[in-house]
Design a protein around this ligand. Sequence first.
Ligand code: ZN
Length: 450
Amino acid sequence: MPNLDELFAQVDAQRNEIVALEQELVKIPSVNTGFMPTGNETPVCEYIRDWLAQDGIESEILEATPNRGNIISSIPGTSGETGLLFMSHTDVVPVEEEDKWTYPPFSATIANDRIYGRGASDCKGLLTAQLYAMRLLKRNGIQLKDTLGFVSGADEEHGGRYGFGWLAEHHPEKLKAPFAVNEGGGTPIDSPSGLTYILGVGEKGRLQVEIEIKGTSAHASVPWQGTNAMYRLSQVLRRIEDYEPERDTSTSLFDYLSSFAIEHKPSASNVDEIISEIEPENPRFASMMRALSRMTLTPTMIQGGIKSNSVPETINLTCDVRTLPHQSEDYLREQLDEIVKDIPGVSYQIDYMAVPNSSDFRTDLSRSIQESTAKALGRNDIQWVPAISTGFTDSRFTRPLGTVTYGFSGTHPDDDPMLSHIHGTDESVGISSLISGTKIMMALAIDLLT
Ligand SMILES: [Zn+2]
């Protein structure tokens, strides 16, 4: 069996083929608008199935509904147990203003050592790295003890109802593994002491709060005959603006701040001070610390009034809420009750969009990701910080199944994450990240499964 350095050399030698795979995946427009019929993930699955079959790797496509395929594959190990799961998704978000793109969004054009296209980074880059790692493991006849699983799901960008959400409910056995690697982390970040990687260990919860504010209508020429819901709304908005969410430093990120030259141990009472100290030097990291030290409650949409000459009777205010992993719906309810207290005519309703979730940072998978990254990049000076992301991914479906799931895509340190423009115009991925990602995924599988 070739050693790891020989395998890394093969990855470098296969650069053009890796780039070509990424290009082919980006060229299939698997756009998910959220409104059926949409997604078109099955053609991506079929492409992957045929591509894997070239090396005799078998796969199956499962559809919750026609054309919204999920592809499941594996490289079997001798034990028959899955030891590691490669996760990704095949759908992409829509293109908003195509004429603003430098290259057509599904052309997968190569420029500046990058591949441009919708989905190039989210998530077809990670998908490419995982697939190519599987090809090289298979071609080199590397005997695995435990099975390497692979699942690329549909519908991630609209909640996963036809993808991992559906698989977790109807085929949980296909997702059964102690460890999984998914998108949602693995970006390099500047720190005073050198290269630091963010490992995605969890996600904030997302809830939507609909606040209904009632008054009584009247003709606008005699407004004193009614109660204008607009004025009550202004009270509600003022309270939300003045709301100071409780500070919290219990997420694991706050235990690993030494590489950021933060001297004091962060606590609820000093975290704001620490954030303002590091903000001028490192605004991205400061913003992340802010998001991970509190719940956010943000008014985002408003609807109300029926006529320009009527005192409005009902106003609906929509708020976006992001909770920390241990903050429950009851906790949010307590906070909201306090916010709307004594304002007459106000009621609210809470909808869960995604539950908060997290995996422990001290695991064998975390150790292996750190070692594999060090080997693949040939450096031993990398520092690691576990982080809870403010967005959410399909990891929230596998963590409750007991699978330790990390967001880690193996971005190359020279590939500036600001250039990837995920969900934006000119989305792209650095070719260096496809190469480093492939090496890391392969090293990970060898470390954990042989
Ligand atoms: Zn994604």
